[in-house]
Design a protein around this ligand. Structure first.
Ligand SMILES: NC(=O)c1ccc[n+]([C@@H]2O[C@H](COP(=O)([O-])OP(=O)(O)OC[C@H]3O[C@@H](n4cnc5c(N)ncnc54)[C@H](O)[C@@H]3O)[C@@H](O)[C@H]2O)c1
Length: 378
């Protein structure tokens, strides 16, 4: 068995959502050990996680810049740092970590501006460090199967791609109730130009690109803020055109009462169709033209448990951590990584999602006009 990789973390204090998921994902297959963290700027909160994780007290920091400086100087420095802070605090720590020689795992959306996105891509290229973006939905076994089947021609020529991602948590002015996560998610200075669009629309768009291999060529968007006083969209309807004739639709909403995490991706070609639903992640629905719907159950390959034992969100997150560990070890050993390890979303995929958010915001502001991708960031 390979020795565990040392992991640092920025963000992910007590009560935060995704930091604890990253810690579970890192532990799931024994590939990483958390050795350092700047989990919060609040000393009490940092200490709480540090004690829980048995960190050396000197390695639990309240200032992420200090953590990067101090950890970079240690012989037992982390190999990789996970960045799980609000969106406006991805670019600066990610860049500093890469420049200090750490590999980086960063949550989405990658950055809040196009200049920062391109800067991060340039920093990854310049430093030669590895970068993973946790668009975790792309690591579900049935999504990877969907990708293989679509790209292998099982559906024929692609005609339609439909992305629906609906949640209900922002159906009321939850940001006015003292909910700190809702506060930053609805604040343009911290979340970026897209609200729901940046939060979950980016997952939907990335997944469609991952499965079909095609970024959109143009888009037409209508973004709405239904909750009075809300400064960012809580609902997005977007039409998409692709080179080669495929058409797409994306609906992302956080005012969709009745939907908890209803994310689905549907791809339809001239010979067949596939549907994957996040709330039933072990099944992939496959229909050939004129035949009945078949349910493809998750098989053993690519997953930890035999078929029939459901796997879900944490396991998919763990898969990204595993695949990234393989990339890091391959680089350390001077060999090529296993091909499946290269399915981890990249800094370029992060750029594509940032570009998409900016394009949709611009189209909507212009009254819902069609915008070719060249105009999304100009
Ligand atoms: N991949 C996914 O499925 C997924 C799901 C949820 C959130 N996210 C992303 O993860 C990120 C965090 O989201 P969340 O829901 O966990 O937010 P959250 O508000 O629950 O947690 C943010 C954490 O960052 C910490 N933080 C803030 N400023 C800091 C600073 N200066 N130094 C150190 N720590 C600091 C806070 O203390 C808190 O612990 C966001 O970018 C979000 O879009 C991804």
């Amino acid at each position: 068995m390979a020795r565990r990789l040392r992991l640092g973390m920025i963000g992910g204090g007590p009560g935060s959502f995704i930091g604890s998921v990253h810690r579970m994902a890192a532990r799931l297959d024994d590939q990483y050990t958390l050795v350092a963290g700047a989990f919060s700027s609040d000393p009490g909160r940092v200490q709480a996680i540090g004690e829980q994780a048995f960190l050396d007290p000197g390695r639990a920091y309240t200032d992420w810049r200090e953590m990067v400086r101090a950890e970079a100087a240690r012989a037992d420095r982390p190999a990789v740092v996970a960045i799980v802070t609000p969106n406006d605090l991805h670019h600066a720590p990610a860049k500093a970590c890469l420049e200090a020689g750490f590999h980086v795992i960063c949550d989405k959306p990658m950055t809040t501006t196009w200049a920062d996105a391109r800067d991060l891509a340039a920093t990854v290229a310049r430093t030669g460090r590895l970068f993973a973006l946790t668009h975790n939905y792309s690591a579900y076994p049935q999504v990877r199967l969907m990708r293989e089947m679509v790209r292998g021609g099982e559906l024929g020529a692609l005609r339609l791609v439909q992305m629906d991602y609906a949640q209900e948590w922002a159906a009321t002015a939850v940001e006015a109730t003292g909910n700190r996560r809702a506060e930053w998610k609805t604040d343009p200075a911290r979340a970026g130009a897209g609200g729901t669009l940046g939060d979950i629309g980016t997952h939907a768009y990335q997944l469609a690109c991952f499965v079909t291999g095609q970024p959109a060529a143009s888009l037409c968007a209508e973004l709405t803020a239904f909750v009075p006083g809300r400064r960012l969209d809580d609902n997005a309807h977007i039409l998409l055109r692709y080179d080669g004739g495929m058409r797409g639709g994306l609906w992302a909403s956080q005012v969709a009462i009745g939907s908890k995490n209803a994310f689905s991706l549907q791809v339809i070609g001239d010979k067949g169709a596939l549907v994957w639903q996040q709330e039933h992640p072990n099944q992939l629905l496959f229909t050939r033209l004129g035949e009945s719907v078949r349910c493809l159950e998750r098989e053993i390959s690519g997953s930890r448990l035999p078929p029939g034992h459901p796997e879900g969100f944490i396991e998919a997150f763990g898969q990204l951590y595993n695949d990234f560990a393989e990339q890091i070890r391959a680089q350390l050993e001077g060999r090529a990584p296993k091909p499946e390890a290269l399915l981890v979303p990249t800094v370029e995929e992060g750029c594509e999602s940032v570009r998409f958010v900016l394009g949709a915001v611009k189209s909507s502001k212009l009254g819902g006009v069609w915008l070719p991708r060249a105009d999304w960031t100009s």
